[in-house]
Design a protein around this ligand. Structure first.
Ligand SMILES: [Zn+2]
Length: 131
């Protein structure tokens, strides 16, 4: 569970079920709304979501409108990008699997969460170089 603007402990190991998580979530929002400061707006509880290994997979979305034909006579492919971390890949022909582009071949990019970390590191390194 992720909260942004106010301080609530996110890690609640005693919560084991979705129902418990929902009760806790509603309580957090109620408490927040009960102690609104003048500039704050009341919040609405939208729901709870289980975040598990499943969510660590890339969410590939097709980025190319048309299939790309390889000039060297190789196979044609569609360009994909991950909605979660932003890495790119290709899907060849009717292959169900999207292959990560060569920039993201390292094993760490297998995980969507890890990819975000690695991309952030790359960005910082580039910043230092003044690129
Ligand atoms: Zn991803």
């Amino acid at each position: 569970m992720v909260f942004d603007e106010w301080d609530e402990p996110e890690d609640q190991p005693q919560i084991e079920t979705l129902v418990e998580a929902e009760i806790w979530g509603r309580k957090v929002i109620e408490n927040f709304n009960a102690s609104l400061k003048p500039h704050e707006r009341a919040r609405e509880f939208l729901g709870v979501e289980i975040v598990d290994e499943e969510s660590d997979k890339h969410r590939w979305v097709k980025r190319s409108l048309t299939t790309v034909m390889s000039r060297s006579g190789g196979r044609s492919y569609d360009k994909y990008g991950c909605d979660g971390c932003g890495i790119t890949g290709r899907r060849y022909g009717l292959d169900a699997h999207v292959q990560r582009d060569s920039d993201f071949k390292a094993a760490g990019f297998e995980s969507c969460k890890m990819s975000k970390v690695l991309l952030e590191r790359r960005r910082k390194r580039a910043e230092k170089k003044g690129v």
